[in-house]
Write a protein that binds this ligand. Structure first.
Ligand code: ADP
Ligand code: MG
Length: 605
């Protein structure tokens, strides 16, 4: 929320006592920015245009004030909300029902295509106070005379730009031409295309315009990373590795096609992950079941196309994986908006192939945010994790399962084969249980990335080479955060260090370029000042963020992480910012007060 303005409360905004009680019971503590600004305007009877991204709390921004105006004695629709999809209509209707908990006898009805008219007719006849519907179906009901608008007080267009994209604009106008003259309108949209502006000009009366910038808010709650991968098999391997070492509540994975949602879900299930797919072909009833399972935690990974995931609001989503890169920056923003809902933390990982690097740049430009590269966890880290799990499973099975049948069989076997050790028997059983897939990955396999010969993670020696000219000067190996992915050549690093730190290039040792980082050998006793300068030095647009390459951060790739994290911690890399800071502090203590032994003024041999 806002950092310097005093935060207003729901009470300040003038909502009724009963609504305040409801908000308290559902645990909303303070209004979100869009709510803060829209609620009083709407309570005062103004029309409103609200512009904000998804996940900013728009539903409550219009529903709370407009519900407060409903007269429960009038048994007819007083509030009509149009939403672009069935999913959203249901979702908004559920939210409205929740917000109206304090209103005895209140009824809201979602109406959408695909559901039988009968189901919708009965409540309409009985009388409902609010209707949430998709444009086409609302139009049908108005035409049939089953939805009467005589008592309508307020009208809401939710996600107007989305409705425009889906081709509903004429339907919307048709409906708007039929609502009573004296009414209040709220129009919400993430973007404001011209057509929407025109609709607003035509139908809204002196609207108050509320615009909420969420870019920076997204930035603080969603940590965004990308990972270079090439080829289908590599993508699947990369995904599996990430899944193996990442702790997540729920993950949503975006792919380009319907077939891929199913394929990937099958592959992940086969690898033991709890995954399911949603796409446009899946029947509504089945879709609702899948999403429910996902919400409840019966399924942890959902693979979806953009269309199928539209409007999905599942607070437990902690990770978004863009398995296939989105078609444009806007879809990217929508996709990652599935996590980090309402101020929670979320993580987004984008898979990028070399050909897709331009799209990555576009996304960074449009979102005005840098997306940090990550390295995939190495085979070594995966293996450590698998061994840990293997051992944990044994302990858990011994503690929690009934072993009596097998104890008997194993003991019979042992008596019949006295020469076979217990270890051998146990190992044989483990092998049977493991099946054909080996437990451990080969740690010699090349890693991912452009130039596989250059990315043998396990073989980066941490020890520095000696200098050709000055073999007596002790050197240390450092890691800098630029590499092939930033199109960096050794000369760029050499030049930057020589210029920025005023270091004679003869004192700069071996430089090796890897995909996501490089190593450079520098004199051991580098003073703090120089180290600081090098941290901030920029090469090809990226900060060097130099750190000492110890065994610890040499292994550094994607590590397991705790569920509750600190915002500043590197979320995927073991060599998170905190570790780095640690290194720097060590250096600072060691280095303070020492004279540079390698400055230009130093006499040469
Ligand atoms: P939008 O329509 O802008 O995408 P929603 O209305 O669907 O956003 O709200 C997103 C999520 O934020 C929902 O889970 C909702 O319950 C929650 N939420 C909304 N307002 C608040 C609030 N003031 N405090 C806490 N959570 C909120
Ligand atoms: Mg919404």
């Amino acid at each position: 929320m806002s950092d310097n303005k005093p935060q207003s409360t729901f009470k300040d905004l003038g909502l009724s006592e009963s609504t305040l009680k409801v908000l308290d019971s559902i645990g909303y503590e303070t209004p979100s920015p869009i709510q803060e600004q829209c609620i009083s305007h709407l309570l005062n009877g103004n029309d409103v245009i609200g512009q904000a991204q998804t996940g900013t709390g728009k539903t409550a921004a219009f529903a709370l004030p407009l519900l407060d105006k409903i007269d429960l004695n009038i048994n007819a629709p007083q509030l009509l909300i149009l939403a672009p999809t069935r999913e959203l209509a249901i979702q908004v209707s559920e939210a409205v029902q929740t917000y109206a908990r304090g209103m005895k006898g209140f009824h809201v009805l979602p109406i959408y295509g695909g559901q039988s008219y009968d189901v919708q007719l009965r409540p309409l006849k009985r009388g409902v106070h609010a209707v949430v519907g998709t444009p086409g179906r609302v139009m049908d009901h108005i035409k049939k005379g089953t939805l009467k608008l005589d008592n309508l007080q307020s009208f809401v267009l939710d996600e107007a730009d989305e409705m425009l994209k889906m081709g509903f604009i004429d339907d919307i106008k048709w409906v708007m031409e039929r609502i009573p003259e004296k009414r209040q309108i709220a129009l919400f949209s993430a973007t404001m295309p011209n057509v929407i502006k025109k609709v607003a000009e035509k139908f809204l009366n002196n609207p108050k315009i509320v615009k909420v910038k969420t870019k920076t808010e997204t930035a603080t709650t969603i940590s965004q990373k990308y990972c270079l991968v090439g080829g289908l098999q590599q993508k699947l391997d990369a995904l599996t590795r990430i899944l193996e070492v990442t702790t997540f509540d729920a993950m949503i994975i975006f792919v380009r096609t319907k077939t891929l949602t199913v394929e990937l879900s099958e592959k992940l299930s086969a690898r033991g992950f709890s995954a399911d797919a949603i796409n446009g072909d899946i029947q509504q009833s089945q879709r609702e079941r899948i999403i429910n399972n996902y919400k409840k935690g019966k399924v942890d990974i959902l693979i979806a196309t953009d269309v199928a995931a539209r409007g999905l609001d599942v607070p437990r989503i902690s990770h978004v994986v863009n398995y296939d890169i989105p078609q444009d920056a806007e879809s990217y923003v929508h996709r990652i908006g599935r996590t980090g809902r309402a101020g929670r933390e979320g993580e987004a990982i984008l898979f990028v192939s070399h050909r897709e690097r331009r799209m990555l740049n576009t996304i960074e430009r449009v979102t005005r945010q840098k997306i940090e590269p990550i390295e995939l966890p190495s085979a070594k880290i995966i293996n450590e994790k698998r061994i840990e799990t293997f051992k944990k499973n044994i302990t858990e099975t011994i503690n929690n399962k009934d072993l009596s049948v097998f104890e008997k069989l194993v003991s019979e076997f042992q008596q019949a084969n006295e020469e076979t050790s217990h270890i051998k028997i146990a190992a044989a059983l483990a092998l049977i249980a493991q099946g054909n897939e080996p437990l451990l990955l080969s740690e010699n396999e090349p890693s991912f990335g452009r130039d596989q010969t250059q990315t043998q993670e396990k073989t980066i020696p941490t020890k520095a080479d000696t200098l050709k000219g000055f073999p007596q000067i002790p050197m240390k190996r450092y890691k800098v955060e630029v590499g092939n992915n930033n199109n960096v050549k050794p000369g760029n690093i050499l030049g930057a260090i020589a210029n920025e730190a005023d270091m004679d290039s003869e004192y700069i040792g071996s430089i090796q370029i890897f995909d996501n980082f490089s190593t450079v050998d520098l004199p051991d006793e580098m003073p703090d000042e120089v180290f600081k300068i090098l941290q901030k030095t920029i090469v090809n647009g990226n900060r060097l963020n130099i750190v000492e390459l110890t065994d610890k951060n040499n292994k550094a790739t994607i590590g397991t992480r705790k569920k509750k994290r600190n915002h500043n911690k590197g979320k995927f890399a073991r060599s998170g910012r905190n570790d780095r800071r640690g290194d720097k502090d060590d250096r600072r203590n060691g280095g303070r007060g020492r004279k540079p032994k390698f400055s230009r003024s130093r006499p040469k041999k």
